[in-house]
Design a protein around this ligand. Structure first.
Ligand code: PEP
Length: 249
């Protein structure tokens, strides 16, 4: 049976104690969840949450990482440090990183390749702004982010990559793309990936939708053929809102 990939991005929220409390609740409530579930706490809480999640099927993710293995990079956290804590996946190229911290496709790609080199699963985020969508540039923007983000990724490594389609105008705004609109963009992403890696690899690729996913729209979104999961921000901060999304079926 198809399993969906539901990831919670806790962003810059929660102290260590608050993160541990939420992780404990999720571990209890999602013990028998059919889906692949991941939580991405802040760097400061990774070690403590890793400890809580031991023995659970909930995966530990990070929200970002530095583009180098190690060295003089003040303030960065490296792939080796994440692995050391038990992190299995890393969110890369989130629109907040692209827009607030000016991360380029080239930088995001460098991180994707580094994550794969060290066996971390990258979640490569792509998505257009409202201005780009209204200006008819959706496919050009998303297509470029996909192609540049995946540059140099081998066919074998593609199987470890998840793409998260997150229209920037839907993140944290309460506005969600309609399931039909989101599915159409996912189909476009799959077509781009098919052009690079072939139909079978594109079909197998996991493409999450992100942007104001809530319990009441999760089933409709994931009912669409090209939507393989969800990357959840705001609704991942409480068990009462995240558990129903991860248990949408
Ligand atoms: C996100 O930050 O990736 C996100 C989708 O946020 P929200 O669910 O709050 O829109």
């Amino acid at each position: 049976m198809r399993s969906y990939f539901i990831a919670g991005n806790w962003k810059m929220h929660k102290t260590v104690a608050e993160s541990v409390a939420l992780a404990k609740e999720l571990k209890d409530k999602l013990g028998s969840c059919k889906e692949k579930v991941l939580v991405a706490p802040a760097f400061t809480a990774l070690a403590a949450v890793a400890e809580v999640l031991k023995g659970s099927s909930i995966m530990l993710g990070a929200q970002n990482m530095g583009p180098e293995e190690q060295g003089a990079h003040t303030g960065e956290v490296s792939v080796l440090m994440l692995k050391d804590l038990g992190v299995k996946a890393v969110i890369l190229g989130h629109s907040e990183r692209r827009h607030s911290y000016l991360e380029s496709d080239e930088l995001v790609n460098k991180k994707v390749l580094l994550a794969l080199k060290h066996g971390l699963e990258p979640i490569l985020c792509v998505g257009e702004t409202l201005e780009e969508r209204e200006g008819g540039k959706l496919e050009a923007v998303v297509g470029t982010q996909v192609k540049k983000g995946l540059a140099g990724v081998s066919a074998a490594d593609l199987a470890k990559v998840t793409i998260a389609y997150e229209p920037v105008w839907a993140i944290g705004t309460g506005k969600t793309a309609t399931p039909e609109d989101a599915d159409a963009v996912h189909a476009f992403i799959r077509k781009e990936v098919a052009g690079l890696y072939g139909d079978a690899a594109a079909k197998a690729l996991c493409i999450q939708y992100g942007g104001s996913v809530k319990a009441d729209n999760a089933a409709l979104l994931m009912g669409k053929p090209n939507i393989d999961g969800a990357l959840v921000g705001g609704a991942s901060l409480k068990a009462e809102t995240f558990v129903p999304i991860a248990s949408f079926r």
